[in-house]
Design a protein around this ligand. Structure first.
Ligand code: NDP
Ligand code: F7E
Length: 328
């Protein structure tokens, strides 16, 4: 069989089909909600959305009936079991099984029911723990994974491979984007299960409100992480839907890399906490560094716009208005 991988870049019709039915899976999450805002800003009028309780994407029969009935033309898959280092490390069975089920059901039913194009979202944790930095797309499957999130990473790698397999066998336009660590409105601010940025924002906020002297931060503070505002990611997703039809997944990063210690100092300043930091070295550091090589996406014509300073202030304002004030 000839390997039909699709053109690396073509100007698809997506951007001109403003009334085409688009299923954004996971539309109430950090990423899905940002994608909905971006699509609406760009004039897309026919979004089909389902909450988790309306459609459980782990149910193959429910997903199948949904696609048979709704017949979306485009799909953006931003529904997944997601969490930070502690959640990934504590619930490995959930992270591998739920993600494999959601993505397998959605990708297969989307193909079967004639969806024109699908975007699958993975994560920078798909790359080997000691990948070359910045990490090019070609580093996939070249070495062992970071143990704290290998179960989630294996599911995400399977998602990329499923898109590639359907492209090869059926010439179907399924693409994959690999975002770096994200933050922004509608993030998960759970004290243990969230990612580092929302976890610290909440912890500093609560410490300030309670006049605490210190805040505990996990690990050694030395790991490096790259952060991208979710509105930039959403912009990149719409860009990829309109402009990319290649076989290989595409990294989506910011190039903005800080140590966890620097991040803690930045969040502390934005929140206005004046006490000290205490490091809990019983907690895992995870991968030492995972900076994406963004040159592929940049060469297609996309670059991020939101600075970390603006992104952090905007996210803290959102947190105050939408989490803190709603609790009062
Ligand atoms: N956050 C980050 O830093 C990063 C995220 N990503 C990727 O982006 C995508 C979205 O992540 P993010 O927005 O952060 O995650 P969130 O947890 O914020 O949102 C996930 C969404 O998926 C929905 N969902 C989960 N399970 C099911 C299910 N069984 N049936 C239906 N819906 C379900 C959730 O609904 P409900 O809340 O009702 O359960 C929620 O709306 C994921 O693929 C993730 O891997 C990639 C890199 C970094
Ligand atoms: C996006 C990516 O996110 C996950 O990987 P991660 O980047 O390691 O995730 P994280 O944000 O939880 O931690 C980043 C760093 O920060 C430190 N850290 C300090 N203090 C807190 C803290 O309070 N909470 C958390 N969560 N981490 C803390 C923590 O010890 C670590 O060194 C994947 O599992 C997977 O979900 C994935 O793909």
């Amino acid at each position: 069989m000839a390997a039909t991988t699709g053109s690396e870049m073509k100007s698809g019709s997506f951007m001109s089909e403003k009334s085409a039915k688009i299923f954004v899976a996971g539309h109430r999450g950090l990423v899905g909600s940002a994608i909905v805002r971006k699509l609406q800003d760009q004039g897309f009028t026919n979004l089909v959305l389902r909450t988790h309780s309306e459609l459980d994407l782990t149910s193959q029969s429910d997903v199948e009936s949904f696609f048979a009935t709704e017949k979306p033309v485009y799909v953006i898959l931003a529904a997944a079991k997601v969490g930070g280092i502690h959640a990934n490390n504590t619930y490995p069975a959930d992270f591998i099984s739920v993600n494999l089920q959601i993505q397998t059901n959605v990708i297969h039913s989307a193909y079967t029911h004639g969806v024109k194009k699908l975007l699958f979202l993975g994560s920078s944790c798909i790359y080997p723990k000691f990948a070359p930095q910045p990490i090019p797309e070609s580093a996939l499957l070249t070495g062992p994974l970071e143990p704290t999130n290998e179960w989630y990473a294996i599911a995400k790698i399977a998602g990329i491979k499923m898109c590639q397999a359907y492209r090869l066998q059926h010439q179907w336009d399924a693409i994959s984007g690999m975002p770096t660590n994200l933050y922004g409105p509608n993030d998960n601010f759970h004290p243990e299960n969230s990612h580092v940025l929302p976890a610290l924002m909440r912890r500093f906020h609560e410490a300030k409100a309670n006049n605490a002297d210190e805040v505990v931060v996990w690990g050694s503070g030395s790991p490096l992480r790259e952060f991208l505002h979710v509105d930039d990611l959403a912009d990149a997703c719409v860009f990829l839907m309109g402009r990319y039809s290649g076989f290989e997944h595409v990294n989506v990063g910011s190039g903005i890399e800080v140590t966890i210690k620097e991040l803690a100092e930045l969040v502390k300043e934005v929140v206005g906490f004046e006490g000290k930091l205490v490091w809990d070295c019983t907690k895992p550091d995870g991968t030492p560094r995972k900076l994406m090589d963004n040159s592929k996406l940049a060469s297609l014509g996309w670059t991020p716009k939101i600075s970390m300073k603006d992104g952090l202030s905007q996210t803290y304002e959102w947190y105050l208005e939408n989490v803190v004030q709603k609790k009062q």
